[in-house]
Design a protein around this ligand. Structure first.
Ligand SMILES: [Zn+2]
Ligand SMILES: [Zn+2]
Length: 396
């Protein structure tokens, strides 16, 4: 089986590059993946697979049935399809043809890889037991996350996967290598919006005013102490404020200050408790200083946990496929990822596909206008995922 998968992946590698380049040149923003969805549907039909279309509007689900036996399992494989509002700065033949929209997070690579998996496993379908469920998901980059919508529309039922696998490009890992991490891996993401109100006026007469700039400054400092004093020390957390607008001048104190930030962590209980404390503290400080604070939280993705046993199994199979020298361990990453929604419901493993090639200057990070990949990663992306799926179908 391993040799068959490897040789099919090699055989399809050039096509996968073309598929990825087509997707890359025609990016679509989150929840607007109409042409992408049509393209994916056409590709699947050409293989001989009829997908269910219009799941969460622009998502697709496709089933590949192997042999049906008593021990038949279902494994879910997920690719996200959306691009970002970034203007591509790469000068490549497959450069984005849409101004201000770019596949800068590699979701074109994930989608092309999963189409490769579809092709490989469709050919080999009489050689494995069980069912593979392919999930082509919209809107990873934008709240509430396409994953949450697809789960609501039943993607984890009928048939219900026992496990979900997902992969993501990694511009910090050399091409040809794969990264895994058991347990907590990526952070929950919540957005914070505060408006601190006081009473503005002439800066020379602060005794007649309620200074929202000073109140907001106290709030920022105090909130950081929630992270240092109330957070369980073993629980990674980040609280960052990137926007603090006090629109006065040297001699005018404004009426209000607006603040925006992000709260990230890897523990759902602490996440709820941390947010509760932040609201209380910010409102309390503002009130004690004679002003008020409106505190709004937009709840983002949960934290992403890789099921330990599943991840160990999958990692061992990756070693089999790639060789031990090509399987690396990942650090915690405080970025968010909506694959986390699957990981909260079903045993899941989210791993990283190395795409870096220093010699060729392919080193830019995701979400930058110069992001690109070494396209030989596509052969690995499709072949390895096919192998992992088939092995996971056999797992006890
Ligand atoms: Zn991204
Ligand atoms: Zn991404």
């Amino acid at each position: 089986m391993l040799d068959s998968i490897k040789s099919l992946a090699r055989q399809y590698a050039a096509d996968l590059v073309q598929t990825r380049r087509h997707l890359h040149a025609h990016p679509e923003l989150s929840f607007h993946e109409r042409n992408t969805a049509r393209f994916v549907a056409d590709q699947l039909k050409a293989i001989g697979i009829t997908p269910q279309e219009g799941v969460a509007d622009t998502g697709l689900v496709a089933i590949i049935e192997g042999r049906i036996s008593d021990s038949s399992r279902v494994v879910g494989l997920r690719a996200d399809m959306d691009a970002l509002p970034i203007h591509e700065a790469n000068d490549v033949p497959y450069k984005s043809t849409v101004d201000g929209v770019m596949h800068a997070c590699g979701h074109d690579v994930h989608t092309a890889s999963l189409l490769g998996v579809a092709r490989i496993l469709h050919v080999l379908r009489d050689q494995f037991d069980g069912t593979v469920k392919l999930v082509f998901q919209p809107g990873e980059e934008k709240a509430p996350g396409g994953a949450s919508l697809m789960i609501k529309e039943g993607v984890l039922e009928n048939p219900a996967p026992v496990s979900m696998l997902g992969q993501h490009v990694a511009p910090n890992i050399p091409v040809g290598k794969i990264g895994f991490r058991e347990g907590m891996y990526m952070a929950s993401t919540d957005e914070i919006y505060m408006t601190v109100r006081g009473k503005g006026g002439h800066a020379a007469m602060p005794d007649n005013l309620v200074d929202p700039v000073l109140i907001a400054s106290h709030i920022i400092v105090a909130l950081q102490q929630i992270i240092s004093r109330n957070r369980p020390p073993a629980s990674p957390s980040v609280l960052s404020f990137g926007r603090f607008i006090a629109d006065g001048v040297t001699n005018v104190i404004p009426n209000e200050v607006t603040i925006q930030g992000t709260f990230r962590c890897m523990n759902e209980e602490w996440r709820a408790e941390g947010k509760r404390r932040m609201v209380k503290l910010a409102e309390g400080i503002a009130e004690a200083m004679g002003g008020s604070c409106e505190f709004e939280i937009v709840h983002g993705y949960p934290f992403l946990k890789n099921h330990p046993e599943l991840t160990r199994r999958v990692r061992a199979q990756a070693v089999e496929y790639m060789g031990p020298e090509n399987v690396v361990d990942l650090d915690l990453w405080m970025a968010g990822e909506d694959f986390a929604f699957y990981s909260q419901v079903v045993d899941s493993c989210f791993y990283r596909l190395g795409t870096r090639n220093e010699e060729r200057g392919i080193i830019s990070g995701v979400h930058t206008p110069t992001f690109d990949i070494d396209e030989s990663a596509l052969e690995t992306g499709a072949g390895l995922m096919s192998w992992l799926a088939v092995q996971e179908l056999k797992a006890p």
